[in-house]
Write a protein that binds this ligand. Structure first.
Ligand code: PSU
Ligand code: MN
Length: 306
């Protein structure tokens, strides 16, 4: 296998890919910018365990010293988690400069998809994706994650989108760019902390086998884009919609008042929502990531079994 000259695979990921064994990519902005230390590191390590328990090899992605990594060591995960927002949040626009300068970066959904695809990894588990922000009609704040889904053939398993975003516009954008939005066991787009949003997904899918079949078919049709799988948070960990929606509205209002813009927006809102819910949103966030990791691993196993 001819690898990109800037890409390093961990020994375990190399071995798995060479032997056609299942691998699941994981992002690192969720570690550095998405959760506080030390829960971020504990979660990231436990997610790797869940992937292994479900028969796949985890490939946490990041940029260290200008090298793109698919497969991090526990020390690298600890470093990203402890450094937090001191590490650059690396989107597509950042990657060439960080690599050219030999710097570090935490990968978002966008850059994790890029690295996964370079490495030959087809399935990626995360918590939530970026999307069209509320008020985007004036700010034009639309996450690069949506464009990456349109152009990079990776299946991204998430828990839907948070209502820090405009969910309706996010779905419209994905439709325009030809990205299928699948609901795992649901007709309705899950809203991250809750199972319901009032918006419909494109298709309900009820098994990892079928997720794998749809992904394979997309590639066989010659499509270059990705597929978004939305997996509802397990009932027992979902939040009271009134409580979480109030916290989200207050967090969005505070971000506006403080003039928070651009890449700082999503991390600001996540931290604020956690404070406003007394940490309950963090617990839910962790649980839904575990749930997505298990589904992604099962899907990767189905894909590897042909
Ligand atoms: N949503 C979460 N947790 C996260 C993110 C989103 O619930 O950690 C991160 C992901 O890395 C995602 C990024 O790709 O935020 C999107 O940032 P932006 O909205 O600036 O594109
Ligand atoms: Mn943005």
């Amino acid at each position: 296998m001819e690898l990109n000259r800037y890409l390093d695979l961990s020994p375990e990921v190399t071995e798995a890919l060479e032997n056609g064994r299942p691998v699941v990519a994981l992002e690192s902005t969720i570690i550095s910018h998405g959760m506080p230390y030390p829960q971020n590191v504990e979660t990231a390590l436990h997610v790797e365990e869940i992937i292994r328990e479900n028969g796949a090899v985890p490939a946490t992605c990041c940029v260290i010293g200008g090298r793109l990594k698919a497969g991090c060591t526990a020390e690298q995960i600890e470093y990203l988690g402890r450094t937090g927002a001191g590490v650059a949040k690396a989107s597509r626009r950042d990657l060439a400069t960080l690599v050219a300068r030999g710097l570090d970066g935490a990968t978002t959904v966008t850059t994790t998809m890029i690295i996964a695809h370079m490495a030959g990894i087809r399935v990626f588990a995360t918590g939530g994706i970026g999307g069209v922000h509320r008020g985007a009609e004036t700010t034009m704040d639309i996450s690069a994650d949506l464009e990456e889904l349109a152009q990079t053939p990776v299946m991204v398993v998430c828990a839907g989108a948070k209502s820090i975003l405009d969910l309706g516009l996010t779905l419209e954008y994905l439709e325009t760019r030809g990205v299928p939005v699948l609901g795992y066991g649901t007709e309705e787009l899950p809203a991250f902390y809750t199972r319901r949003s009032g918006f419909k997904v494109d298709y309900r899918v009820d098994s990892p086998e079928e997720l794998a079949r749809i992904f394979r078919t997309s590639a066989e049709l010659g499509f270059r884009g990705g597929i978004l799988v939305t997996n509802p948070i397990p009932e027992e960990y979902s939040m009271d919609p009134d409580v979480i929606n109030k916290a989200i509205d207050d967090a969005v209002a505070e971000a506006d008042a403080l003039g928070i813009r651009g890449k700082a927006t999503t991390p600001f809102l996540l931290a604020k929502i956690k404070d406003l819910t007394g940490g309950d949103s963090l617990d839910s966030n962790i649980r839904l990531v575990y749930n997505n990791a298990a589904l992604a691993a099962k899907t990767a196993v189905c894909l590897a079994n042909g």
